[in-house]
Design a binder for this molecule. Structure first.
Ligand code: SAH
Ligand code: DHB
Ligand code: MG
Length: 222
């Protein structure tokens, strides 16, 4: 099995099961034109996020790591008209590209892009939401802070809510206990935190596709 085959199958799945989508294409196009790295979730992964949010009738969503807003658009489209998505991004240029993409997708009223390192901005999110906890959190920012983002997410997610973490298999490198890669170390620490927390139940599913060999962790809170 090869990357070429995974990409061909992903392209096939996308062509059969996903509608052509001008706003999502424009989001990827403007992200590339602005020099953002091509690391957004794949179309099929974005639709998975959308379907999961719809399955749970999510009304409040939190995202760590906006980039150009591609995953943000997929998630925000699952929201009802009075729903809300807060997305945290440290790089101002990424946040600006994302805000334009989100506006072009007609979602500006539902989405709040907050600029700053997520560990600096998330305490204010906690204050702003009052008691209204999130239904769904998507963690997809810098991997070394995964465990910190997860701890905040547990605090801010309602009982029965869901936390999804991207990039938790890293080409299989996650099994290397002696790794010096801080991204892999971040995933392994996340797994230890998830396993040790009696208030969550979690698993990981390995994925292949256009983005290589990686995986999603999914945790239910409460
Ligand atoms: N979720 C996006 C991809 C995010 S890529 C999608 O699938 O479309 C990871 C993003 O996290 C990058 O834009 C990066 O700038 C941002 N990031 C890195 N460190 C961060 C931090 N400390 N706080 C918030 N965002 C951060
Ligand atoms: C990287 C980050 C991501 O969030 C992703 O989905 C793929 C790659 C990276 O930093 O290389
Ligand atoms: Mg990712």
């Amino acid at each position: 099995m090869s990357q070429q085959q995974w990409t061909a199958v992903d392209d096939y799945i996308t062509s059969v099961l996903l509608e052509p989508d001008k706003a999502l294409d424009a989001a990827l196009g403007s992200s590339a034109a602005a020099g953002l790295p091509p690391i957004a979730v794949s179309p099929a992964q974005g639709k998975l996020l959308n379907l999961l949010a719809r399955m749970m009738n999510a009304r409040r969503i939190l995202e760590f790591g906006t980039l150009g807003g591609y995953s943000t658009i997929w998630l925000a489209r699952a929201l009802p008209p009075d729903g809300r998505l807060i997305t945290l991004e440290s790089v101002r240029k990424h946040a600006e590209v994302a805000s334009a993409n989100i506006a072009r997708a007609g979602l500006a009223d539902l989405v709040d892009v907050r600029v700053g390192a997520a560990l600096d901005t998330v305490p204010r999110v906690a204050e702003d939401i009052g008691g209204e906890l999130f239904d769904l959190v998507f963690i997809d920012a810098d991997k070394p802070h995964n465990a910190d983002y997860f701890a905040w997410s547990v605090r801010l997610t309602r009982p029965g809510g869901v936390i999804i973490v991207d990039n938790v298999v890293r080409g299989g490198n996650v099994v290397d206990a002696d790794t010096t890669d801080p991204n892999v170390q971040g995933v392994r620490r996340l797994n230890e935190v998830m396993a040790a927390d009696p208030s969550v139940s979690a698993t990981t599913i390995q994925t292949v596709g256009a983005k290589g060999y990686d995986g999603f962790a999914i945790a239910v809170v409460g």
